[in-house]
Design a protein around this ligand. Sequence first.
Ligand code: ATP
Length: 345
Amino acid sequence: MSATPGTPLLTVRDLHVDYFDQENPVHAVRGVDLTLRRGETLGIVGESGCGKSTLVTAMTRLERPPAVTTAGSVILHGHDGADNTDILRLTERQLAALRWEKMAIVFQSAMNALNPVLRLGTQFADVLRKHRGLSKKAAWERAGELLGMVGIPADRLRSYAHELSGGMRQRATIALALACQPDLVVMDEPTTAVDVVMQRQILRQVARLKRELGFSVVFITHDLSLLIEIADRIAVMYAGKIVETGPPRRLYEDPRHPYTTALRGAFPPLHGERREITGIPGSPPGLRTPPPGCSFHPRCAQRLDACDREEPLLLRLGGEAGDVACHLHRNPATTPEAEDRHART
Ligand SMILES: Nc1ncnc2c1ncn2[C@@H]1O[C@H](COP(=O)(O)OP(=O)(O)OP(=O)(O)O)[C@@H](O)[C@H]1O
């Protein structure tokens, strides 16, 4: 983990994931491009059903049938750009070597991540012995330190998951994810099952650990206000596509995509002035047959003639401002990925 902060850690290109559960599949991820830099927190936000979980499970090869990754690449960059690995091309054995050590995932429900019939210490020790080659005694000691990092006393190592509070369980899964000091920690709605006070405490702990240990985070939520507080960069996802990216401040003060504006209105800011909360009319489209053109057009108050016919490309806004895919913003310079895609179609 000594590589330079700010260099790319993960590059996702043109990722497509379908659920083949019926003759007409669900196109849950439809050509996603993303770059995660070392040491950064990238937030992915969107309403339920926009494809966030499908995206991160495909990126980490944790997707389950009937999900199939049909195209794309997910490059994990080695230190200083060397040893690039396409995660989608790895064998199960190669993947097993990456899991925990390079990337770990924290799911929404800690109960799913922790084994109910094993003591916490046994679960931590299993991972540490397998991936770190520690002796049983050293593994239990290290497990105690890891729990300590998230504010859980080491004597809880003897507890079973059901004996812990919801907040403690979630913090324990975060500690477990950090056991082998991975470069990447994916967090899929890690704080939805806990109350707001615990949520803040957990997020503060994650931010502190990230500063100390230097890992990168991909953080998924439907709450844009939360990401404004914790993310270095945000990607807004709608109907299986990234429709806007940018730094939190720009996205909050000057959202360009009408969907981002709608999401901002749907969640109260955690700090600052109080605003009226406005719901987003309608609901995200079914992804077996996504709407033509811009997928948001049926719900968009600002739609133009082209919106139900032409699909807007993700265009660069310039500098560090990010990208947007919306016909209201046709002028920004085309991204290299968009040009490349254009040339191929
Ligand atoms: N096992 C499955 N079989 C068929 N379709 C699925 C399956 N799982 C998810 N989908 C569909 O894939 C699309 C994306 O779902 P996904 O769970 O990735 O969205 P999400 O943004 O993570 O939502 P949430 O916040 O509710 O988890 C949705 O249309 C959903 O109905």
